[in-house]
Design a protein around this ligand. Structure first.
Ligand SMILES: [Zn+2]
Length: 291
């Protein structure tokens, strides 16, 4: 593998956060707000297929990935990455992909769709992107959805922090970053203690709030996706190596960040002990995703 970390076997690593490198995500669901994000990350929106994606991950020593659905149709007007499509891709590469569905909390059938995702499509959890989806997770009207997912017994990934979607465009394309504040997730975690929650990304500019929630709520975890380790806040890295060492996980936000880039920076720009590296790179995820 490209990144040789002591005590870590090839393909043992697990990425908690990947999107499709295909038109379904980058062009259809992403629309103009995705072009804004790509400009910020310095990437283009070129697409490639899953064989290439798998090869890239294996080359980097990563053997498993959470592949995320996307449905922000009501708020953005863009079509979803359908849950059936996520399940189809997962079925083609069942050892590699863990499929997470997405339901649009602003749609009337979101609860039924959540049930269908788990019971019919065998998806393993749900992803919410509150800024793109334009909703406040602490709003009581979504409580039935959280109870349903809690009863289904699968975890959820919530977006944490600001978003590069719509970045630098006039009005940020109408997206509101306040919905990325992790304090809104604290309410959900308090009301649903059996719901396992992973807050994706160091939640800039609310990293301190995120660390406090992860520390206080037994059912809340976080990942380091969306940020190359070199740029992650020092306090986040400090917590990842100490009080939160059982709760912080490796994630990329593929295809915006590729595994090789992330892992090279992790090896070069952080100085965790080997036991903490193992926890971040796969052990915590094995526990959280029941792998
Ligand atoms: Zn993402």
């Amino acid at each position: 593998m490209t990144t040789d970390l002591p005590g870590v076997a090839d393909r043992q690593l697990f990425d908690t956060h990947a999107h499709q490198p295909t038109s379904e995500f980058l062009h259809d669901a992403g629309g103009e707000m995705m072009q804004d994000a790509a400009d910020r990350f310095g990437t283009d929106l070129e697409t490639w297929d899953y064989d290439e994606m798998l090869a890239e991950y294996h080359e980097a020593g990563v053997g498993g990935v959470v592949l995320l659905g996307w449905d922000a149709e009501t708020n953005t007007g863009n079509p979803p990455v359908p849950n059936d499509y996520v399940a189809e891709v997962r079925d083609e590469y069942p050892d590699f992909f863990v499929g997470f569905g997405s339901v649009d909390p602003l749609k009337d059938d979101c609860v039924q769709e959540a049930i269908r995702c788990v019971e019919d499509l065998d998806l393993s959890g749900f992803k919410f992107q509150q800024i793109a989806q334009g909703f406040d997770p602490s709003d009581e009207r979504h409580d039935h959805l959280w109870s349903t997912i809690e009863d289904l017994g699968v975890p959820v990934v919530f977006h944490g922090g600001n978003s590069t979607l719509g970045a630098c465009s006039a009005g940020g394309r109408g997206l509101k970053i306040k919905y990325g504040n992790p304090m809104l997730i604290d309410d959900v975690a308090a009301a649903h203690p059996d719901l396992d929650i992973l807050i994706a990304h160091p939640a800039f500019p609310w990293e301190k709030e995120q660390l406090a929630i992860c520390q206080q709520k037994g059912n809340v975890y976080m990942d380091l996706s969306g940020w190359v380790p070199k740029y992650i806040d020092d306090q986040v890295l400090h917590y990842a190596g100490t009080v939160l060492k059982d709760k912080v996980m490796f994630g990329t936000d593929y295809p915006m960040i590729d595994p090789e880039t992330w892992l090279e920076s992790f090896a070069r720009d952080t100085d965790f002990d080997t036991d903490v590296q193992r926890k971040i790179l796969f052990e915590n995820a094995q526990e959280f995703f029941d792998r």
